[in-house]
Design a protein around this ligand. Structure first.
Ligand code: ADP
Length: 497
């Protein structure tokens, strides 16, 4: 069965079903293909190449050849191409959003917002490209001139997840190309179509052949395909967003050729509501942060700590908002919560909730799959609040990645900081308080790369995004983001006196 008829695009050429290597759209060498499913109804609606080592090797050859001339282009030339690409992305927002909703399931309004968000990184790095300044050092002896210049690292392999099919790949490709690197990319097996459309628009923008290459692979073939890149010494950097176990594997496997790495891995974000918080603002921040993309974000508040004095009041206000959320497919314009990406995702949510209930948690609202209520698909989960949550539960230790809010209580600041940090992860953390001194104390003690203070949605192209501890290293966006794709070279001239 196919759901193809549901997908209406203004430009049919944005529905690509091939790899893009050395400026040519082509099938996998093996001719194998894999299916793309619409998670709203479980139907297959497209096919893309199921690549393997041969395609991965061809992509490295193309990117490596292209690097010699691409690195010599001026920063201004690269900036102009990125600006053209940015304009094309925005001009095709509606088609990109439809493709994204179809393969990922997010409501159309969220998909449109993601196009704007992803495009903002392309614009940002078009602007940063021309500001990749080096240094001139004051000489410490006569007759010397010492300079530091920034150079592109070389071929960059980008491996991306399915939760933000456009933004995650845009914020890797854009700084890489801005820096003068060439790119080989592999999007997530669940969501290749948005990435292919993005590359189609880059081709239209006029990037020279070989500068940007993309290949698709099934889950089964992801490992053997990417392994070629991990072991090829010409690939100088791996940039990855995804799970911590896969990130660690990539770091281990690429160690033989000592590649530069940017790893944006899993999180387990605490969200703390102190007794002096503005409760309506805290509820609002939690709703926006938690339910964006149906809870499938790595910065999603995963453990919500509410001071015992305000717990019941907060829980009541939150429950009223959560019960009002509309669950449904992207084709329903009022839908706020879409389907989960696949069976694996819904199984994990079910496992977490069952485990929590068996250990004393209480359902305030939700707590079940909603397949009985929505005839067209098996991957919906009702927005859920659990009270009485505790540290023994799986949802305390692992990212749930779904629309589930576990509420924990606490009685003092030191205790909650200790609990918030009691995780190997350190991506995002949030807290709400109106006490200025507390803002200072808590923000300096929370172990995370990104902190929301009286704010539930923090990502921006102007800010450095990334984690500490086992949430990875490297930063995306901001003035620091370009440096991840560049290396320093020190030039020392003598005999000048
Ligand atoms: P998730 O569990 O959310 O799918 P993953 O970390 O498994 O997160 O996947 C993120 C990206 O990493 C996807 O593009 C996926 O295909 C890729 N990936 C998963 N496993 C491997 C692997 N062993 N080698 C290379 N890439 C992988």
């Amino acid at each position: 069965m196919t759901g193809q008829s549901d997908l209406k695009l203004e430009r049919n050429d944005l529905l690509m079903n091939a790899n893009f290597i050395a400026g040519k759209w082509q099938p996998a060498v093996s001719g194998n293909r894999h299916n793309v499913m619409n998670p709203a109804n479980g139907m297959i609606f497209a096919e893309v190449p199921d690549s393997d080592a041969q395609d991965a090797a061809a992509a490295v050859n193309a990117a490596s050849d292209a690097f010699f001339s691409w690195r010599k282009t001026t920063n201004r030339e690269r900036s102009k191409l990125l600006k053209t690409w940015h304009a094309l992305i925005l001009a095709n927002t509606e088609d990109l959003a439809r493709l994204m909703s179809m393969e990922q399931g997010k409501p159309l309004a969220e998909a449109r917002a993601e196009v704007a968000y992803g495009a903002s990184y392309v614009e940002w790095f078009a602007e940063e490209a021309v500001r990749a300044y080096g240094d001139i050092l004051p000489p410490l002896m006569p007759g010397r001139r010492q300079m530091v210049v920034k150079e592109p690292v070389g071929v960059v392999a980008a491996i991306t997840p399915w939760n933000f099919p456009l933004a995650m790949i845009a914020r890797k490709i854009a700084p890489a190309l801005a820096a003068g690197c060439t790119v080989i990319a592999k999007p997530a097996e669940d969501t290749p179509l948005t990435a292919l459309a993005l590359v189609r628009l880059a081709e239209e923008a006029g990037f020279p052949s070989g500068t940007l290459n993309i290949i698709c692979a099934s889950r089964q073939n992801a490992e053997p395909t990417v392994a070629i890149w991990l072991h090829d010494p010409r690939v100088r950097k791996i940039t990855f967003t995804g799970s911590t176990p896969v990130g660690k594997y990539l770091a281990r496997e690429s160690a033989d050729t000592l590649k530069k790495l940017s790893l944006e891995l899993g999180g387990n974000a605490p969200f703390i509501v102190f007794e002096d918080a503005d409760l309506d603002a805290a509820v609002d921040g939690l709703m926006r942060g938690k339910f964006r993309n149906s809870g499938q974000t790595c910065v999603s508040p995963n453990r919500v700590y509410v001071h015992e004095a305000i717990h019941d009041d907060f829980a009541g206000r939150l429950a009223a908002r959560v019960r009002a959320l509309t669950v449904g497919p992207a084709s329903n314009p009022t839908a706020e919560i879409g389907p989960m990406i696949n069976e694996r995702a819904i199984d994990k949510i079910n496992r977490h909730v069952k485990d929590a209930l068996s250990k004393g948690a209480v359902v305030l609202t939700g707590g079940n799959t909603v397949r009985d209520h929505i005839a067209d698909g098996p991957f919906y989960y009702s927005p859920t609040i659990l009270t009485n949550s505790s540290e023994e539960m799986a949802l305390f230790c692992e990212e749930t990645f779904g629309p589930v809010v576990p509420l924990f209580t606490f009685s003092n600041e030191d205790e909650v900081i200790q609990k918030a940090n009691q995780t190997p992860f350190g991506l995002a953390a949030y807290f709400y308080t109106q006490n200025a001194a507390r803002i200072c104390r808590v923000s300096s003690q929370l172990e995370a790369g990104v902190i929301g203070i009286n704010e539930g949605v923090v990502a921006s192209e102007a800010a450095p995004f990334g984690g500490i501890k086992e949430s990875g290293y490297g930063r995306e966006g901001s003035k620091y983001g370009l440096d991840d794709y560049m290396q320093l070279k020190y030039l020392c001239e003598g005999e000048l006196a």
